[in-house]
Design a protein around this ligand. Structure first.
Ligand code: GSH
Length: 198
């Protein structure tokens, strides 16, 4: 299997976290946004990373990829079994992608004028969910899940993008250091991501 991944991209990062949690051996091809190689452009009509190649199967969109990995490599399972909790976790994935990832993408974008406002909106959006991080060691669960793999790349990047969480976000910071201390999380980091917190 091959994963085309950008070293600073949070969508690629969540895919690398899932690979590391499941100890899946894979060739990771580092590519730079705007300079993707021809073979990647031919494989993925949307010209995005991450893109996974598993023999004849080509998958893009990190959600499609991580759900495939969880089904193809069932141990350890990264989604709950019961349909209601699964649906709730899928809803959490949807909200984090739609709210947190979209805001981070805007912060990464060109328009410096709106940066302070966008940083504050992202911090406020994250803090809104603080109670969800008080209940269990992982996101609403005793076990690490795809939701944790999705949250972690954003929390990891907050200092790099100068997004400051207020004091009441303490349970989120505690949750974050718990996730960041996992061996799989450390293994998932590209050199560029390591630099983000040096
Ligand atoms: N929803 C997609 C988003 C992927 C995405 O936007 N990837 C960026 C990473 S930088 C990308 O490849 N953009 C195209 C480009 O920069 O040329 C996913 O989950 O994979």
């Amino acid at each position: 299997m091959t994963l085309f991944s950008a070293p600073g991209d949070p969508w690629s990062h969540r895919t690398r976290i899932v690979l590391a949690e499941k100890s899946i051996g894979i060739d990771i091809v580092d590519v730079e946004p705007g300079k993707y190689p021809e073979d990647l452009l031919d494989l993925n009509p949307y010209h995005t990373v991450p893109t996974l190649v598993d023999r004849d199967l080509v998958l893009y969109d990190s959600r499609v990829i991580i759900e495939y990995l969880d089904e193809r490599f069932p141990h350890p399972p990264l989604m709950p079994v019961d349909p209601v909790t699964r649906a709730q976790f899928r809803l959490a994935l949807y909200s984090i992608e739609r709210d947190w990832y979209t805001l981070l993408q805007q912060i990464e974008g060109e328009d410096k004028k709106h940066l302070p406002k966008l940083r504050k909106v992202l911090a406020d959006t994250i803090v809104q969910g603080v109670d969800l991080f008080k209940v269990k060691p992982f996101f609403l669960s005793d076990e690490f899940s795809l939701v944790d793999a999705t949250i972690a790349p954003i929390l990891w990047r907050l200092p790099h993008y100068e997004v400051e969480l207020p004091p009441k976000a303490q349970p989120i910071l505690k949750y974050a250091s718990h996730i960041f201390s996992r061996a799989a999380f450390r293994d998932s980091l590209s050199d560029r991501e390591r630099e983000m917190r040096r």
